[in-house]
Ligand binder design. Structure first.
Ligand code: C2E
Ligand code: CA
Ligand code: CA
Length: 529
């Protein structure tokens, strides 16, 4: 994937990982708030309804009592005894304003006494299913001129109640609308605040309904015992306030969840940026460079060449050693791109070296895959052309593993040598090579691996192996380069046993081109070949 789109994808994933939980938490806050406001509206409506029901209970109890006593005594409806009973009922019923006897729409007597000529109640407005009649706006001018009452009448008896009584419910928010109504009638009996009649329609035969109409969160309920219903409506401002309250809690939680998700997303994209992908980017960003380790002639101790060793300076500044990425690159089939890059780097550095020291050589490491196609021949030819170098300026180092696919490798090695370039077998003795198959290759040098050089002068069981290797190289007519020489004793031993060249910290560590050139200049130029 190209870097730009990978970055865009990572950013999109990150933003989504952050945004989605926040959006979800806001949605959740809204849903939660709506539910809790509906619940609140429902509890107000229910409270109003319960007050209405209790009022109705007291009315019917009172009227029943009056009907029963009068029936028993055969008294006239406004006898002293009846009026006294009315008074008694009134006193014991907290919701009743008065209770009395009605004839021809006039209240003849009541718990307030006898009303000579009667008090006009006006026409009946509503009739319930059980035949109870209701007047919603009665004014009893002689008793309380400024107040309107509800008069509920059953048979000839009627109860007078204060209009605001059923809705006298305390609410937490001051502008909650409350109302009572008579089921079957599309009008309110008594109301506080704005009440829309269409809310009552929402009941649609059910006992309760809650909904949001865009401006109010509304609850409508209807009694199962009496002909009475109630409405409560909470204005949208309280809903919004609720949303804010919930959001204050839920959004931070969502944010934390989002951060956690974003971290997971980042971790996953990191994982995706596997080593091959990183190598590819590294190549493009020119994060690879070469160090050169000098190779000395053990007879003269002169620097006759240098091995090019690749280094990777990562974008974060960290240096990655080749044994950490070369095997991964080989596995991912990317080693040839690295080799190509190394050859380009050598082509860039070489002219400066060979111009000053025409006999000097640079060693180039090839991986086993490089030996399996002819591509390397063309690349080497291009290097010879571009770097203005002779074939003697290049030494190819191929590991034993490169010779595993012997038939392919043999031809490629042959072609490299036919360019006039010398070939060395690297890491000799660490792999599976046998003498017989080594014999089948035409080679020029054998590099004695550091692990054998390390044993020189010790009594390790393998310390004699180095002598065998030297013997073998001689019999195959291969010149020798000892690797990893760190002590003077090792140097002496190798020289005494006829090893021609050596490399190691004793002579010089891998160094940048500039340092190599400086060191070479320090030595006497006429001594160079
Ligand atoms: P190698 O080809 O056997 O290279 C020799 C390694 O031994 C180098 O390690 C070098 O720095 C190290 N060395 C040299 N002298 C001494 C010494 O006296 N003491 C110690 N302790 N170490 C010494 P380096 O540079 O880490 O390279 C490791 C391996 O990575 C190389 O082993 C080679 O197989 C591979 N490599 C390096 N550069 C390239 C490259 O450009 N292409 C390919 N295909 N492989 C490379
Ligand atoms: Ca090497
Ligand atoms: Ca080696």
């Amino acid at each position: 994937m190209p870097k730009a789109s990978a970055t865009v994808l990572a950013v999109i994933t990150g933003v989504a990982a952050l945004a989605i939980p926040i959006l979800v938490s806001i949605k959740l806050a809204q849903r939660q708030s709506l539910q809790s406001e509906m619940h609140r509206a429902l509890s107000y409506a229910t409270e109003v309804m319960i007050r209405s029901e209790r009022t109705d209970d007291q009315i019917y109890d009172g009227i029943d009592k009056l009907v029963r006593t009068r029936g028993d005594s055969g008294d006239s409806p406004c006898s002293d005894m009846q009026v006294a009973l009315m008074r008694e009922i009134d006193l014991s019923s907290s919701y009743l304003q008065a209770i009395g006897y009605v004839s021809k729409e006039r209240l003849l007597c009541s718990s307030m006494g006898r009303h000579p000529g009667g008090l006009a109640l006006g026409p009946v407005e509503q009739v319930t299913r059980s035949g109870t009649t209701i007047r919603n706006n009665v004014r009893l001018t002689t008793i309380a001129p400024d107040t309107t009452f509800i008069v509920i009448q059953k048979g000839s008896y009627a109860a007078i109640i204060h209009k605001s009584l059923p809705i006298d419910v305390s609410t937490q928010e001051k502008d909650v609308s409350l109302a009572t109504f008579t089921p079957g009638y599309r009008e309110v009996r008594t109301a506080r605040g704005l009440v829309k009649l269409k809310w009552i329609d929402e009941l649609d035969g059910r006992n309760q309904a809650t909904f949001f109409d865009g401006e109010y969160v509304v609850a409508v309920v209807q009694s199962t015992r009496h002909s009475t219903g109630a409405v409560a409506a909470v204005p949208v401002v309280y809903l919004n306030q609720r949303v804010r309250e919930f959001a204050m809690v839920l959004v931070p939680i969502g944010l934390l969840a989002g951060i956690a998700l974003a971290l997971v997303a980042r971790y996953l994209t990191r994982l995706q940026q596997s080593l091959p992908a990183l190598i590819r980017t590294g190549l493009r960003r020119k994060e690879f460079f070469l160090l050169y380790q000098p190779l000395v002639d053990l007879q003269t101790r002169q620097w006759v060449g240098a091995e090019a060793l690749i280094r990777w300076r990562r974008a974060d500044g960290g240096l990655t050693r080749p044994d950490q990425f070369i095997p991964a690159a080989e596995e991912a089939g990317m080693i040839q791109r690295i080799t190509q890059h190394v050859l380009q780097l050598v082509a860039k550095d070489a002219p400066e070296i060979f111009k000053r020291y025409p006999g000097f050589h640079v060693g180039i490491n090839l991986a086993s895959n490089d030996l399996h196609t002819r591509d390397i021949i063309d690349l080497l030819q291009a290097l010879l052309d571009s770097a203005d170098a002779g074939p003697h300026n290049i030494l190819i180092e191929a590991t034993e593993r490169g010779f595993m696919n012997a038939d392919l490798a043999r031809d490629v090695v042959k072609e490299i040598r036919s360019l006039g370039i010398d070939v060395a077998i690297d890491d000799f003795g660490t792999g599976y090579s046998s003498l017989s198959y080594l014999e089948s290759f035409e080679l020029d040098y054998l590099k004695i691996d550091k692990s054998f050089v390390d044993t020189i002068g010790t009594d390790a069981a393998t310390s004699r192996v180095v002598l065998h290797i030297i013997q073998m190289a001689k019999s195959l007519n291969l010149k020798m380069i000892a690797e990893g020489v760190e002590t003077a004793a090792q140097e002496q031993f190798l020289r005494e046993h006829g090893v021609q060249y050596a490399q190691g910290w004793l002579f010089g560590k891998p160094m940048p081109l500039e340092q190599l050139l400086r060191e070479l200049a320090k030595a006497e130029p006429e001594k160079r070949i």
